[in-house]
Design a protein around this ligand. Sequence first.
Ligand code: PLP
Length: 378
Amino acid sequence: MIYFDNNATTPVYKEVADIIYEYMTKKFANPNSIHKLGIIANDELFNSREKISKLLKTNNNEIYFTSGATESINTALKGIAYANKNYGKHILSTEAEHSATINTLNNLKQNGYEIEYLKIDKYGAVIIEDLKNKIREDTILVTLLAANNEIGTLNSIEEISKIIKEKNKNTYFHVDCVQVVGKIDFDLKKYNCDLASFSAHKFHGPKGVGILYKKEKTRIFPLIHGGSQERGIRGGTQNLSGIVGTSIAIKKSFENLKEIDKIEKMRNYIAEELKKIDADIITPLNNSVPNTLAVTFDNIRSDIIINALSEKNIYVSTSAACSSKGASGSRVMKSLGYSEKKSKEIIRISLSYLNTYEEAEIFVKIIKNIKNSLKFTN
Ligand code: PLP
């Protein structure tokens, strides 16, 4: 098998899977129980929060555990919106965001908030001048991707953050950091955002664990009411085994950054080879996460290539995994100005540390054969 769909999800590191198993079967106590086992479990929860907060250069009381980035994003966006409705209802974002953001914003719109989308360039990066012009006195929130999950494009988060705070110091800034962990050497301190969302399964951790970073003084309304877990921001017994696994996965992913050049070389090699068979390279190779390559082949629908590759046990994707099952093309591609037809031609190749150069060579050889054998036009 060649697995090149790591922006959709990643295989769990072996040592992470081992420790999750150990916690599920032996150290399974509820961290909120007051008996000895509960106290030990609570210490483990504390340690995991501490490890993660150190890596992210935050304080441990700024880290909250959720069920995934979708929940973190919902908590951040709705939490800020509801806590600040008396100050304003204006929210800025872009149409190239992940569905977790777009559909949360759609929901806020139905509840009376004014959602405005910023202009983006043909790769999905925010046009800074437009951001400057659109921030108002009643803008309560700006929410943006650090890296686009389909194209890989990076936003200049540090610069954007400065502009937001210069224009309106009361505007909160949320960053969807899901696609940057283990891919770029980002720094939450330099991002200077108020909130950020992460998902463990995107960095070789388990599915069902998310992280929400929230600056200590940032006030949000809780989304999930229940017990007083997560300091009242997120009720419900914590997924301790998953959280312990996540703390190891994130550490390994930060360490593995030293190998990122190898991944970038592989990605650029694939891009060069695909150009030889007339692929259009959609990803800006000089301003993107180094593991991601989005390409199109004129007049060949992506599902045809993806299915043919899948027959050979090679896995890439059409666009975001959560939206690629629909018959319509990529929403993100359309937001970048591509036609409906072109939006159905996107193929996303996303690599990880576990991939090898040899796999890249096999992939190139097989996709070339597939392309040559195709006579379809749409
Ligand atoms: N944001 C981005 C950029 C993503 O790529 C994803 C996952 O596809 C999400 C949010 C949602 O993450 P989760 O699957 O943890 O809910």
